[in-house]
Design a protein around this ligand. Structure first.
Ligand code: ADP
Length: 617
């Protein structure tokens, strides 16, 4: 696979894995948040109901004080010490019974006329609390509610105020301060932290103690100055909680982050990190109840689901890659097999073609060989014919000499036989016997001549046999004896002590020798003292016979065409131009060779070379 394709595939797989991880993270988170939201809403309702119930328990209490005659009398005559003491005791007992923090009665000027805590040194009997908003609200609209920190002891509490009216006019205001500590304590056991912020965004109730009296939003200087005046938070520092909105989901739900300033977990709650904040206003108060559900679990669940989805996608990708790789491998194998099959078919086709070519070539070769054999046979037949023709030509040439040679003994025979008869008649038997012996010698000689002629003329049997070479030369010279005698030629010859022997046909060899010696005699025909040298040489398993004459030698043209059939320089009727051709053919048949050259000292030298049975110089 090319590298770029692998890279692209890897990138695609990585993108798929990443996308599926991200998508399942988002989906799982959405689902988790939706679930948290449903639970949070339920909790909101629950906490709001418990707060309303807690406050509602005391809501009627301030108003009921107007039913107490003593209270009304005191407000009518605030300087009456006895009335003050009576109402103080009454309020003290009522406070104990109701389980509230304090109960007190104020006149229309905001001065405390009687209070349940009259016995304590820091009792606020006689104090002017007209600056408290609950007093002003009650004076204005008949009742007031206020969460604040006590100015005297600094205890936070919920103030419930209601006007106390006589028959026609308002005489004062009754205030019940309720502690919500119990409620907070009950909240601290629930699963998600809950807080109540007042209209200023200050946390007044919280399951997490550290969040109390922190602010959810930044306070401007004007608001802070107003706090100083009403001493609502009794000059507490009011640090920001560090809550930051991330995303608004609508319907009072939003994603927030609380900075991890202090410990990450307080009591059972995580107090920093990402939260789903769900708020709702509390009816009858300017407060807002907020439930914070931590998103950590949702996040980790979403993360594990994302990881699972990514692993699944990675597995799918791997499966896909394996399947694709396998298919690619199969495709390659198929292609390779096809290519192999193709190559195989091609090879077979070529082999078939070559076989056809080869058989055609073979056939052609066979035809050629047959043709050669035919030609060779024809040639051989022609050669045989030529040999025979050559022989006949030699016989023709010799016939005159032979006739002369035979005529002489015949004449001598006639004379000797006639004389022998006459000597016998005279009774001279000794002379007659001498004549008869001479006659027998002459008959032998004539028989030898005719025998040699017969031998020469008869067709060769073609069988090789050991031939004594000096003997063969002698036989050839005998055949030419008359011619040699007529020419007056001197024959110089010697035979090695150990006569060389070669495997050949004696008759045919003699024919060659007759031809060579005859040519030498022809070449020296016009010389007064012709001389022929027959020299033997043995070396390296071959024997050479040099036939040298004293003639004019070979011209360039003759040297080049010596062994050409019918090449002759002799006059018509004398030379056929076949002698050397036939001779060379015969010697070649014996496994030897025949060469012609000029001797440096003049004359021609013909060298006949034959393979040798042992040769000694
Ligand atoms: P022919 O004798 O019938 O001419 P050969 O084949 O024997 O045919 O000889 C061919 C020719 O070679 C001769 O005609 C002659 O010219 C030349 N030749 C052969 N032997 C000799 C020699 N000893 N000296 C000079 N020429 C020769």
């Amino acid at each position: 696979m090319p590298r770029s394709r692998t890279l692209a595939l890897l990138l695609l797989c990585a993108a798929l894995v990443g996308l599926s991880g991200l998508a399942s993270y988002r989906v799982a988170q959405r689902l988790g948040v939706a679930e948290l939201q449903a639970t949070g809403l339920h909790r909101l309702d629950l906490y709001a109901a418990s707060l309303e119930r807690e406050i509602g328990k005391y809501a009627f209490l301030p108003g009921t004080l107007s039913l107490e005659q003593g209270v009304l009398e005191l407000l009518a005559r605030p300087s009456d010490a006895e009335a003050v003491a009576r109402v103080n005791t009454y309020l003290e007992r009522l406070n104990e019974r109701a389980g509230t923090l304090s109960i007190y009665v104020m006149d229309t000027q905001g001065r405390v006329a009687a209070a349940s805590n009259w016995r304590r040194p820091d009792s606020f009997v006689g104090e002017d609390l007209s600056f408290r908003p609950y007093f002003r609200d009650a004076m204005a609209v008949g009742n007031g509610r206020f969460f604040g920190i006590g100015t005297t002891r600094g205890d936070p509490g919920y103030y419930l105020a209601a006007t106390l009216a006589g028959d026609q006019e308002i005489l004062g205001v009754a205030v019940v301060k309720v502690s919500l500590e119990q409620l907070e304590k009950s909240w601290s056991t629930v699963e998600a932290p809950v807080l109540v912020a007042d209209e200023n965004g200050v946390v007044i109730l919280s399951a997490v103690a550290g969040w109390k009296f922190t602010t959810l939003r930044a306070l401007d200087d004007k608001t802070r100055a107003a706090f100083d005046h009403t001493q609502q938070y009794n000059r507490r520092a009011l640090q920001p909680l560090g809550l930051r909105d991330i995303e608004d989901f609508g319907h009072g739900a939003r994603l927030v982050r609380i900075a991890a300033d202090g410990p990450a977990t307080v009591s059972v709650y995580p107090v920093s990190g990402r939260f789903l904040a769900q708020s709702r206003p509390l009816p009858g108060t300017p407060w807002t109840l907020t439930v914070l559900s931590q998103l950590e679990q949702v996040d980790s669940l979403a993360q594990s689901r994302a990881a699972l989805a990514a692993i699944g996608a990675a597995c799918l990708c791997m499966l896909g890659v394996i399947v694709a790789e396998r298919r690619r491998h199969l495709r390659h194998r198929l292609a390779a097999r096809e290519a192999l099959q193709k190559a195989h078919d091609e090879l077979e086709r070529k082999v078939e073609e070559r076989t056809l070519d080869l058989s055609a070539a073979n056939q052609q070769l066979q035809d050629e060989v047959a043709e050669r054999i035919r030609a060779e046979r024809t040639l051989r037949a022609a050669q045989d014919e030529l040999v025979q023709a050559g022989k006949l030509a030699v016989i023709g040439q010799l016939s005159t000499g032979i006739a002369h040679e035979l005529n002489q003994p015949l004449a001598a025979l006639r004379t000797l036989s006639a004389n022998a008869g006459r000597f016998l008649e005279r009774g001279d038997t000794a002379t007659a016997r001498g004549n008869l012996e001479r006659i027998a010698e002459l008959a032998d000689r004539m028989g030898r001549i005719t025998g040699q002629l017969r031998n020469f003329a008869r067709r060769s049997r073609g069988q090789s046999e050991p031939v004594r070479l000096c003997q063969a030369v002698d036989n050839a010279l005998s055949l030419l004896e008359a011619r040699i005698g007529r020419s007056g030629a001197v024959i110089e010859r010697s035979c090695p002590a150990d006569e060389p022997v070669a495997l050949c046909d004696a008759n045919r060899l003699e024919q060659v020798l007759v031809n060579l010696i005859g040519n030498a005699l022809d070449a020296m025909a016009d010389q007064v003292q012709p001389r022929i040298e027959l020299r033997w040489e043995c070396a390296d398993g071959v024997v050479r016979l040099h036939v040298r004459d004293q003639g004019p030698g070979l011209s360039d043209d003759a040297r080049a065409r010596l062994f050409e059939p019918f090449f002759t320089t002799k006059p018509a009727g004398e030379g056929l131009g076949l002698g050397l051709v036939i001779s060379a053919g015969i010697i070649r048949d014996f496994g030897g060779s025949l060469h012609g050259a000029n001797h440096p000292d003049g004359g021609a030298v013909f060298t006949l070379e034959l393979p040798l049975a042992p040769c000694h110089d």
